[in-house]
Design a protein around this ligand. Structure first.
Ligand code: GDP
Length: 296
């Protein structure tokens, strides 16, 4: 995970403040200007940056901060807290149904990492939470997807339900029935994607949502596409009212804009992150840890 540019620029801004000892309101304003630029260069949404800077400034120019013995340190603390809040505050767990199987509809654009991360997440829930997941191959749009899911399922020792090129809604319903009969308490529906957000796709996903009433609609987005990931998240949320986001390829994302913007723009939490191609490279998203990491 990189974020180097952001970390370096923020640390430069703080270094200047530390060098000053006592701070004036003008010193804080100058630091805020640098932080603002650093966030914009990290590809954080414009409005998110504007609101963020306003919140930090309001807290930082308070008399208790400026007149304290360690104003620079207090400002770093405020930025840390506000970055954490921006990303949602606390980590958020998968919604588990009190009446299993829990149904997780995994949606996203092609190439975001949907199929891989469906499997990663199933593996994670099996290992960390003792669940007995079932992977359901509902992506009949991309021909190789079914086989791909079978391959990763096999690697993780997780069963894969498939019905070839049947109707995806029928596959989803049958997979849930299969799970009930075979004691699988968690079903991941690997749904079809497209290259871009597209009406037909959204309609199909809405039909599936209505048919299976999922406990969770998890959107998989690629962190490397920055603002486009945020726009995709907005579009999927408007169409489907998603319950959470899985942000993949964070290992390759040098800037961090998507991680910092998604919660603020959509109101939906990032629940998990993908941090590599291997099937165990999945983590619960912790906003506070991410913020500390960004601050270096
Ligand atoms: P789908 O089209 O959305 O189902 O995407 P795939 O699951 O086929 O993944 C597309 C590519 O992204 C594959 O080469 C994956 O190995 C890769 N990928 C998925 N998650 C991650 C991740 O967290 N980090 C990295 N570096 N690559 C990933």
């Amino acid at each position: 995970m990189a974020f180097e540019g952001l970390t370096e620029k923020l640390s430069n801004a703080f270094k200047k403040l530390r060098g000053k000892g006592r701070l004036s309101e003008a010193d804080v304003k100058e630091a805020m200007r640098e932080i603002r630029l650093a966030l914009l260069e990290a590809d954080v949404s414009f409005k998110v940056v504007k609101d963020f800077i306003a919140r930090v400034t309001e807290r930082a120019v308070g008399a208790d901060v400026l007149e304290s013995l360690t104003p620079a340190q207090m400002i770093v603390k405020i930025v840390n807290e506000e970055l954490t809040a921006l990303m949602g505050g606390d980590s958020v767990k998968l919604n588990l149904s009190s009446r299993p199987p829990t149904v997780v509809m995994v949606v996203g654009l092609n190439g975001a990492g949907k199929t891989t991360n469906c499997a990663k997440l199933a593996g994670f829930m099996k290992k960390q939470n003792g669940k007995r997941p079932l992977l359901a191959a509902c992506d009949t749009f991309r021909p190789a997807a079914i086989h791909q899911l079978e391959v990763v399922g096999e690697q993780l020792g997780i069963p894969v339900f498939q019905m070839g090129q049947s109707d995806p809604v029928d596959i989803a319903k049958s997979a849930i029935e299969h799970a009930k009969k075979h004691g699988n308490d968690l079903v991941f529906l690997d749904t079809a994607g497209r290259l871009h957000v597209d009406e037909e796709l959204m309609e199909q996903l809405k039909v599936m949502k209505a048919a299976v009433d999922p406990d969770e609609i998890l959107l998989v987005v690629d962190a490397m596409i920055g603002q486009d990931a945020v726009n995709a998240a907005k579009a999927f949320d408007e169409a489907l009212d998603i319950t959470g986001v899985m942000l993949t390829k964070l290992d390759g994302d040098a800037r961090g804009g998507a991680a910092l913007s998604i919660k603020a723009v959509t109101g939906k939490p990032i629940k998990f992150v993908g941090v590599g191609e291997k099937l165990d490279q999945v983590e619960v998203f912790h906003p506070d840890r991410m913020s500390s990491r960004i601050l270096g």
